[in-house]
Write a new protein. Structure first.
Lengths: 268, 169
């Protein structure tokens, strides 16, 4: 059975599996404010910088962020704060020749009765036109393409609430070295109704004495409603304080809000 | 009014004369202010590697395989580059579907090795270019490994590979 399977895989046609893409979509991120019931219009520009023509399929999709701040683009749904269903496109597929650009007109009919933030992504799925032409029907079993989205981060003006909580705090395992420093990691959850940009640092104390101050890293710190994001601080000088009982006071700030999370630990 | 007309004539005269005067004095330095918008760009290039390709073989010898796994007899050479610090690229592989569309090999049986290193499950998108790689032409050799189950049927299967480009907001 296995041998048979191997032979079959060897037969998979892969001969046209080569190509190149060089393209850009602008703007990559659109931040906007809107009002209930209004119509907002945006223009997106797709520029094919490559040498071959591209076939583009455009889709309106949901946008969320994972705990590392990386966009997760999924099929349009009716989940709260996902506005993909209110969006219309001027075209959903087109061909772009080399060194040519094309625009897509995006129309958002802002929903009534909604509060706070609204998010969606316009995804450009590109495949090479040239390689398709050279394929024989029997070889048409492999495909490779590129996906490049434009992210829309919106808010109905002055209707969103901003609130966050720290849902977990922990420290990585010893031993600590310069390559593997003591790291404090916090998970911050947005329990408000609109997006927030969170910033933070950690004050490390031994009793009343301040030992060090560490900046919390998490890119832009953007968290969408119902989403969570990791914030990590590296304490390079931990080995200078072995045996001490340390109080780590993580302080987070965002527009119209502050958060403090205390964590006590002994430096091994 | 006359004064302003005279002033504008003088200004036009000076604009036309100054470059010639600068050149005639032998000055080698002219300050020119240039303003340009640099757009974010993404370059991706790939090439199929046959089993005989030297790059495939170099990656293959580094690979640690288990006895019941199958290394597919082709790989993928990928070049990725971006000028944008907020861009990242990942590879997404869909389930393999037989060409008669009757059978599926789910992507949880599919693994990818970069340059013959550790294996990554195809269940999740595989990061190939991160914000730290800005400006670097990243060249990678991808090998594909399949863990065959007794329930799998032999045949020709279709696979879709997609480079997912994300902008970190």
């Amino acid at each position: 059975m296995k041998l048979l399977f191997k032979i079959a895989l060897l037969l998979l046609p892969f001969s046209v599996f080569a190509g190149m893409m060089n393209f850009t979509v602008s703007p990559a991120i659109v931040k906007f404010e809107t009002v209930q019931g209004s119509v907002k219009a945006f223009d997106l520009n797709f520029f094919n910088q490559g040498k071959d023509s591209l076939q583009i399929v455009v889709e309106v999709m949901d946008l969320t962020l994972d705990a590392h701040g990386v966009p997760v683009i999924t099929n349009a749904s009716k989940k709260s704060h996902q506005w993909a269903r209110y969006v219309e496109l001027s075209k959903d597929s087109f061909k772009v020749d080399a060194s040519e650009s094309k625009s897509v007109h995006v129309t958002l009919k802002t929903p009534r009765g909604k509060l706070g933030g609204g998010y969606f992504a316009i995804s450009f799925n590109a495949t090479e036109v040239a390689s398709k032409k050279t394929r024989k029907p029997s070889q048409n079993t492999m495909s490779i393409g590129g996906q490049l989205p434009s992210l829309f981060i919106g808010e109905i003006s002055r209707t969103g609430t901003r609130k966050a909580v720290v849902t977990s705090a922990n420290i990585n395992k010893a031993p600590y070295t310069s390559e593997h420093p003591l790291k404090l990691r916090y998970l911050v959850k947005n329990i408000g109704t609109t997006h927030i940009n969170v910033d933070g640092d950690i004050l490390l104390r031994d009793g009343k004495k301040v030992l060090d101050r560490v900046r919390l890293e998490s890119g832009s710190g953007l968290i969408l409603p119902e989403g969570s994001r990791y914030f990590t601080g590296s304490w390079q000088k931990a080995n200078n304080h072995t045996g001490k009982k340390v109080l780590a006071e993580a302080r987070f700030s965002y527009p119209s809000g502050r958060l403090i999370k205390k964590l006590e630990f002994s430096v091994p | 009014m006359k004064l302003s007309l005279a002033s504008s004539k003088l200004a036009l005269l000076l604009i036309s004369i100054i470059p010639s005067l600068v050149l005639s004095t032998g000055e080698a330095k002219i300050d020119v202010r240039v303003q340009a918008d640099i757009h974010s760009s993404m370059h991706m290039q790939w090439q199929k590697l046959s089993e005989r390709d030297e790059r495939y073989q170099q990656a293959r010898v580094k690979l640690k395989m288990e006895s019941d796994w199958i290394l597919l007899p082709y790989g993928l050479y990928v070049e990725l580059q971006t000028n944008d610090v907020n861009k990242m690229v990942a590879l997404r592989i869909d389930d393999l579907i037989s060409t008669d569309k009757k059978r599926t090999i789910t992507k949880d049986q599919f693994y990818i090795s970069i340059n013959g290193g550790e294996l990554y499950s195809a269940i999740e998108d595989l990061p190939l270019l991160s914000p730290n790689d800005r400006g670097v032409m990243k060249k990678q050799i991808l090998l594909f490994i399949l863990k065959v189950k007794p329930s799998n049927y032999a045949g020709s299967y279709a696979a879709n590979f997609k480079f997912i480009t994300n902008t970190l907001p």
